[in-house]
Design a protein around this ligand. Structure first.
Ligand SMILES: NC(=O)c1ccc[n+]([C@@H]2O[C@H](COP(=O)([O-])OP(=O)(O)OC[C@H]3O[C@@H](n4cnc5c(N)ncnc54)[C@H](O)[C@@H]3O)[C@@H](O)[C@H]2O)c1
Length: 329
């Protein structure tokens, strides 16, 4: 059945998802604050700022008013950076109707409140919307998705009917969509993998080799599990697409900004400059997670990342010291 879907945010991921959903036969209304992007989508079926020269599906309609985009949508996708999710959700509050599904793809916690994205969105939307709000996670590089390369993501929503509806809109021959009720675990994993990808980047910067990186990735996934379960998530979520899958993509992709920041740290180049010119979601997430997780005795890599990012500990010496002093009981 053909559905109407609204995508709020026409950046890398929003446009890639619009492309997938339109190719699945649904009508997509794509909304953005960047009007020149919308004009190019309308006039040329392209979004060259975010998606190179990939021709966009005819079923993607550029829409200037958020209320018009979401009017009859079965599913509303929020595809904006985590820092602006609350502002976009506040605008959406006046337009959404009860029962419309909301799927966030932003990865991170809200700075200051440390709240997860579905909590932030639900807090802004009218009463009764919360059961219909969830998130997407897993290894999802937008350009690969837009090109139709085989991949899998995971969606988290509280209700089984809502999960099934969302899955059926997104899933196709190329994109596999797993579903979970563990929204908490999924959103924590989406945040944590950005933090630990920085550590994997430090290993790249120091040219420590594949064995070291795999060792650090293993420590990272164990710490992610410890944190996610302490905060209410499930172990299976961490060892699935949302945790392990996304950590591998983010920690090993040359394009990941979090991994690249780590590489600058490892090489002891001007990483502060890289931070000033790039949004690196793992940095704020690192502080939030450390505050939320509490005792870092069993989280040595998280403690080390906080020392490097916020207490001026030199990354090369700090990570080498960690590797030398580590021992399995
Ligand atoms: N790019 C990816 O491969 C990918 C994959 C999975 C998840 N994500 C997550 O999705 C989110 C978006 O990532 P992206 O790569 O698409 O970002 P992007 O920078 O490509 O696009 C961001 C979009 O948000 C919009 N935006 C920015 N500030 C806004 C505001 N104040 N109000 C309304 N709209 C605003 C921009 O206009 C743009 O359309 C991030 O949290 C990211 O972690 C990205």
């Amino acid at each position: 059945m053909s559905e109407s879907v609204a995508v709020l945010g026409a950046g890398n991921m929003g446009t890639a998802l619009a492309q997938v959903i339109a190719a699945n036969g649904h009508h997509v209304r794509l909304w953005s604050i960047e009007h020149d992007v919308l004009e190019e989508v309308r006039d040329k079926h392209l979004n060259t700022r975010y998606l190179e020269d990939i021709p966009l599906n005819d079923r993607i309609e550029a829409v200037w008013e958020m209320s018009a985009a979401v009017e009859d949508a079965r599913l509303i996708i929020l595809s904006v950076p985590s820092q602006v999710v609350r502002a976009v959700a506040a605008d959406l509050a006046g337009a959404i109707k009860p029962g419309q599904l909301v799927l966030n793809v932003g990865k991170g916690l809200e700075a200051g409140s440390h709240r997860r994205m579905s909590e932030v969105i639900a807090a802004e939307l009218p009463d009764g919307c919360a059961p219909f709000v969830g998130s997407m996670g897993g290894p999802a590089i937008a350009i690969e998705m837009a090109r139709g390369q085989p991949m899998a993501v995971i969606i988290g929503l509280p209700g089984a009917d809502e999960r099934a509806a969302c899955q059926s809109i997104l899933q196709n021959n190329h994109l596999k969509v797993q579903a979970t009720p563990d929204v908490t675990g999924l959103e924590l994993c989406s945040t944590l993998k950005n933090v630990y990808a920085i550590a994997l980047g430090v290993a790249d910067g120091l040219q420590l080799g594949t064995n070291t990186k795999a060792f650090l990735a293993t420590v990272a996934i164990e710490e992610m599990c410890e944190i996610a379960t302490r905060l209410g998530g499930q172990r299976e979520t961490v060892f699935g697409l949302a945790g392990l899958g996304d950590l591998l993509t983010t920690g090993f992709s040359p394009h990941s900004r979090n991994r690249t920041l780590g590489e600058h740290l490892g090489k002891a180049t001007d990483w502060q400059r890289f931070l000033r010119t790039n949004t690196v979601e793992g940095v704020t997430a690192c502080r939030s997670i450390a505050e939320l997780a509490g005792d870092t005795d069993r989280l040595p890599l998280l403690a080390l990342l906080n020392e490097i990012l916020f207490a001026e500990a030199p990354a090369p010496a700090t990570i080498r010291r960690f590797l030398e002093s580590f021992s399995y009981a």
